[in-house]
Design a protein around this ligand. Structure first.
Ligand SMILES: Nc1ncnc2c1ncn2[C@@H]1O[C@H](COP(=O)(O)OP(=O)(O)O)[C@@H](O)[C@H]1O
Ligand SMILES: [Mg+2]
Length: 308
């Protein structure tokens, strides 16, 4: 169960990053509580990576206040980084090294003794499910294996906080599910997770709390469930490939809020039954009934894709 008095691991106030006149991160506030999985959900260019890079002291903030473990960034960045694991957007494993060598070399960067690192190696390989690949060169691994190794590598210093930039982008669905289960395992160990994603499903499954970001700003924040409840009707009927004024009127007559999406219509409603009954009487219509989700929230908040 969640701690009634959770501790803040990260706290950002009016955090801003400008590149010249362009504000990549335009004054954002957020708090990440201990032991939670916190997500930044947003499209490419939203400012997610820039935010993470500021957290890690990899790029200086332009203004605002940033604390991790109560320590000030960037001033105390070194002390903070010793307690954080990082999974960058692109795997940066050393292709000339084996799986085991990658882990051991990385441990040495943290001043972990060879003996200590060797003792931890088994656990890390098991976590990544790469025991049988310990002597394989990393360029021989699949994308999913490389990602798992990068995540295991982020654990060499036994971090309290792990920061992951798009942990599953580019992976196939199977590999993505494996990563999700590994991340859930970390969270169950009490490790705080911060991740970015542009996958609504990933945010919905993994995150206890998330911010929806676009153009360097936070549009809203909360648990996935709270965000859905706040912005979206509980049920959606998607009518595929049959966008028309007549169908729109029909859905509206049955109490739906109708949004054109691509070549179809999304009909948002408290009660889909009248519309579904009407649609079932019309041959050749393809439609799907589903609960409202984060994708709907995102479309509503950004307006993107709905009005064209
Ligand atoms: N070093 C940089 N110089 C100039 N613009 C940058 C730099 N890094 C990022 N940007 C711009 O800032 C915006 C946010 O980028 P980024 O944080 O990488 O977004 P995301 O990770 O959400 O895709 C983008 O428009 C990007 O082009
Ligand atoms: Mg990014």
């Amino acid at each position: 169960m969640s701690d009634p008095h959770p501790q803040s691991v990260v706290s950002a106030r009016a955090l801003r990053k400008s590149f010249g006149a362009f504000r990549a991160v335009d004054g954002i506030d957020f708090e990440v509580q201990s032991g939670r999985c916190f997500g930044f959900l947003g499209p490419n260019g939203a400012g997610k990576t820039t935010t993470l890079r500021m957290l890690l002291g990899m790029t200086p903030k332009t203004s605002g206040e940033l604390r991790i473990f109560g320590l000030s960034i960037p001033e105390q960045g070194r002390a903070v980084r010793a307690r954080v694991g990082v999974v960058p957007q692109l795997d940066n494993l050393d292709p000339d090294f084996t799986v085991a060598e990658n882990l051991l070399t990385f441990a040495s960067y943290f001043g972990i003794s060879a003996q200590q690192a060797a003792a931890r190696l088994g656990d890390l390989l098991a976590f990544a499910n790469l025991e049988e690949r310990r002597d394989a060169r990393t360029d021989a691994l699949s994308g999913g294996m490389q990602r798992r190794l990068t995540i295991a590598r982020a654990l060499v210093n036994d971090p309290e906080l792990v920061i992951l930039d798009e942990p599953t982008t580019g992976l196939d669905p199977q590999a993505r599910h494996v990563i999700w289960s590994r991340l859930s395992a970390l969270r169950e160990r009490g490790i705080t997770l911060i991740l970015t994603t542009h996958y609504m499903e990933e945010a919905e499954r993994l995150c206890d709390e998330l911010v929806i970001m676009d153009h360097g700003r936070i549009l809203d924040q909360g648990s996935p469930r709270a965000l859905i409840r706040r912005h979206i009707e509980p049920e959606v009927v998607e009518i595929r490939g049959a966008r028309s004024a007549a169908l729109t009127r029909q859905a509206e007559a049955h109490g739906c809020r109708v949004e054109p999406v691509g070549t179809g219509l999304y009909c948002y409603t408290q009660d889909p039954r009248p519309l579904l009954a009407a649609l079932q009487r019309q041959d050749e219509l393809v439609f799907l009934h589903r609960p409202g989700g984060l994708e709907d929230v995102f479309l509503r908040l950004t307006g993107r894709g709905l009005r064209d």
